[in-house]
Ligand binder design. Structure first.
Ligand SMILES: [Zn+2]
Length: 448
């Protein structure tokens, strides 16, 4: 810890921000007031976290998501936001979005940068999960809590509110133009995306930057260094299907029968493995079926195949994913995959279909500039600079939907570990740290 503080002091002293010194090393009066408010509210913030973690809000438990919304909405409204609930049950079988707008008291566009705050109220833990309650992890001196969504991302909802309350108490919220969009289906988004992400995209179009309150991590765990991300990889899926002539196995490789569907499938997958690798790209094959018949089930989690050792298989299929750093990489890799697919073995055929999932959030100069501002906030607070996590370790998320319109920070919620597993934890000391960072960052962006 001592070493980190020394590093922070050196960096602050050198003013490593493109040749200029840090805009401000000491908090001004408003910033000091915000720090004080966050510290004073930490106990009630943690109590709110416990309360909303104990409400099951698995994505498909629409009533549970609405219950979480019903707790948050009045608290957001009390801060001067105009709130609206946009139900989506009829549209895409999901709960809906909470949208809240805080107008600039001086008039539209006169409060510096217009800020978009995004997050989600759902978790991956449905009512059928055994993981339902908030608890302090024994042996951690009360520093670590566990529970469904305690890290991904009910902590982020609490931090968002805490930061806004601190801004209100310091009389700077009125000078801010902020939109909040909380989805009810981040973990299993409704389709089409044009409906399920419409509220976020619409809000992004009248915003200048986005802060996504998803969980973050610490390098080396509880006593490690706080990390942040400015990029997320895309996540999409593909389905490869091959066909071949069928007949007695003794004729395989021959002019008349060719190679059959399974060899064609394997050729393609092996060329994917050997020819496609490049930095930032991964593509996994998750399921393979082949034989005389092959069909995946409706959920694409298994399927049925039949075949015999002495019959050349007529059909085969593979399901996989594709994760990229940016749209350019996605398009380029898709074209390479299609070219490999077209290069058929004798008497076989194949086709590949891609299904869009989450787009990538590429690292841009805009998000790098925002990161530099965040590091200045860290210097003001006496925190070491945050570690910037490689986007390759950042899964897909909602901020990617708004990334084409605004720069943003990914994961400004609390630090924790084990998201999506029944051991999900949060480091409670990171709640006030993040709330202070975000309150000061929003205040400074609103002055620009
Ligand atoms: Zn999440």
């Amino acid at each position: 810890m001592k070493k980190l503080l020394i590093v922070a002091a050196i960096i602050a002293g050198l003013g490593l921000s493109g040749g200029r010194t840090w805009a401000q090393e000491k908090p001004d009066a408003a910033e000091a007031a915000m720090v004080h408010t966050v510290d004073a509210s930490t106990a009630s913030d943690v109590a709110l976290l416990e309360k909303i973690v104990d409400i099951n809000s698995g994505t498909m438990n629409l009533d549970g998501v609405v219950k979480v919304k019903d707790i948050l909405e009045p608290q957001v409204a009390a801060l001067g936001f105009k709130t609206e609930w946009h139900p989506m049950e009829q549209l895409d079988g999901r709960a809906g979005d909470l949208v809240a707008e805080h107008p600039c008291a001086l008039g539209k566009g006169k409060c510096g940068k217009r800020i978009l705050l995004i997050g989600h109220m759902d978790t991956v833990f449905e009512p059928t999960s055994a993981f339902q309650k908030y608890e302090i992890v024994p042996g951690t001196n009360g520093r670590v809590a566990t529970g469904p969504g305690v890290s991904d991302m009910k902590d982020g909802l609490v931090i968002m509110l805490s930061a806004l309350r601190a801004m209100k108490a310091a009389s700077v919220l009125d000078k801010s133009e902020i939109t909040i969009v909380l989805s009810g289906d981040e973990e299993r988004h409704g389709t089409p995306v044009s409906i399920s992400r419409k509220d976020m995209v619409d809000a992004a179009k009248h915003s200048d930057l986005a802060l996504e309150f998803e969980n973050a991590s610490r390098d080396a765990g509880l006593d490690g260094q706080d990390a942040v991300r400015i990029g997320r990889r895309s996540a999409s899926t593909w389905r490869l299907e091959t066909t071949g002539r069928t007949g007695h196995s003794s004729g395989v490789f021959g002019d008349a029968m060719g190679y059959g569907a399974v060899y064609e499938l394997v050729r393609i997958l092996d060329q994917f493995r050997s020819e496609l690798p490049e930095p930032g790209l991964t593509y996994n094959v998750g399921l393979v079926l082949g034989g005389a018949t092959a069909e995946e089930n409706a959920n694409k989690t298994g399927g049925d195949a039949t075949g015999k050792t002495n019959v050349i298989p007529s059909t085969a299929l593979a399901l996989g994913d594709l994760r990229t750093l940016n749209d350019e990489q996605t398009d380029r890799v898709k074209k390479k995959m299609e070219a490999i697919v077209r290069d058929h073995l004798a008497k076989t055929s194949a086709r590949i279909e891609f299904e869009d999932g989450y787009p990538a959030m590429a690292v841009t100069p805009g998000s790098q500039a925002l990161l530099a501002e965040l590091q200045k906030v860290n210097a003001t607070l006496g925190y070491p600079p945050e570690v910037v996590t490689d986007p390759i370790f950042a899964g897909a998320g909602d901020i990617a939907s708004v990334a084409p319109y605004v720069p943003g920070l990914v994961g400004v919620g609390a630090m924790g570990a084990g998201a999506h597993a029944e051991v999900e934890t949060v480091y409670l000391d990171s709640l006030p740290r993040q709330a202070k960072r975000m309150a000061i960052l929003m205040y400074r962006e609103g002055k620009e």
